[in-house]
Design a protein around this ligand. Structure first.
Ligand code: ATP
Ligand code: MG
Length: 332
């Protein structure tokens, strides 16, 4: 037996200790304290995948729910991509009653604006949501005494900050950078200690796992690799994890990571990516019949995919004029 507590390796596990994110926790907490005193701000919380953004935000949200008298809401943009579902969720968390059908977004935004308490809202995976609704929502959230909108994303370029500018509102950024080797080692050692039986892994094995995680800059990948390596060792009835187990686990990890990236896409985005996986390259015109949407919408979706780093394009001049050709980014 190697694995003592599988839950420690799952995505929904909240670590008992968050390592090396003191500065980010301090910066976000500081702004929120100002909001509780009546100031308002919009904050971009950004950085690459697996760098602890969701973990830190959820930790702060839980803490605030216990401590503050404001309205605290955490929304996963992936699960609430349409304007209607996003707004309904915010209203629900804020205790704003909406008719079960036939309400307009503007009505809901007006109701939110009238809330007297401070409102603290985080939208995780915020680039999955239509940005026009985020700009509208930002006005309802921060045009009050005490409003905070935290936008969590891998792609800070997704938002145009000038569109958020409002008098008296501060706009802030908090960056989550890739973990350094010793930082990732602390995270992985702690997980191993909590999730595995003692004496089932060596320093070398943890080193190999951390090394791989660093190469991808991603704590999620390192934690998953640790878990898969432990499973490999259990499969062959070993008493401890070997470097060979880690190597085997790496092969399995690739498909899991790919699947997660694809799961993050909306239906239309997925159609485009699948098409490019099949064809290699394509032009905008190829996507019009595929998506059955207006040309403008298709171009918007392509732009969004490029901003998220899934696809890249180059423009070519031909006899028939300029054409734009798309292909997948190497990451997928
Ligand atoms: N500082 C940390 N201390 C302990 N565990 C961490 C830390 N940072 C990340 N983790 C763990 O790594 C995994 C990924 O972290 P998290 O989901 O917070 O990343 P993220 O920045 O939100 O990534 P993404 O951009 O892909 O959503 C989680 O399982 C989390 O528990
Ligand atoms: Mg996240």
């Amino acid at each position: 037996m190697i694995i003592r507590e599988p839950y420690v390796f799952s995505e929904s596990y909240m670590p008992t200790e968050i390592f090396h994110r003191e500065r980010q926790i301090k910066d976000i907490s500081f702004s929120i304290n100002m909001v509780l005193k009546g100031y308002s701000s919009i904050m971009l919380v950004y950085g690459p995948q697996g760098t602890g953004k969701t973990t830190v935000v959820k930790y702060l949200v839980e803490r605030l729910k216990n401590e503050s008298n404001g309205i605290i809401s955490y929304i996963d943009g992936m699960l609430n991509q349409t304007p209607l579902s996003l707004i309904s969720k915010v209203c629900n968390d804020a205790g704003v009653l909406l008719p079960s059908r036939g309400f307009s977004i503007d009505d809901a935004l007006n109701k939110l604006l009238k809330i007297k308490k401070p409102v603290i809202l985080f939208i995780d995976e915020s680039d999955a949501v239509d940005s026009s609704i985020i700009y509208k929502l930002s006005k309802s959230i921060v045009s009050r005494k005490g409003g905070f909108l935290g936008l969590v994303t891998n792609v800070p370029e997704f938002f145009n900050f000038n569109d958020f500018r409002m008098p008296g509102i501060s706009i802030e950024k908090v960056e989550f950078d890739y973990y350094k080797p010793e930082e990732l080692r602390d995270i992985i050692s702690e997980r191993a200690k909590l999730g595995l039986f003692p004496n089932t892994y060596s320093k070398d094995v943890l080193g190999a796992i951390v090394g791989y995680g660093l190469n991808k800059g991603n704590a999620r990948i390192a934690i998953k690799l640790l878990f898969l390596s432990a499973k490999e060792a259990e499969k062959r009835d070993g008493n401890f994890i070997t470097i060979e187990d880690v190597e085997k686990a790496k092969e399995k990890l690739v498909s899991i990571v790919k699947e997660r990236m694809l799961n993050k896409l909306s239906y239309e985005e997925r159609l485009i990516v699948d098409y490019l996986i099949k064809k290699g390259r394509a032009r905008s015109e190829d996507f019009y019949p595929l998506l059955n949407k207006s040309k403008r919408t298709v171009r918007e979706i392509l732009k969004r995919l490029a901003k998220k780093g899934y696809i890249i394009y180059n423009d070519k001049s031909t006899r028939h004029g300029r054409i734009r050709e798309y292909r997948l980014n190497y990451k997928i």
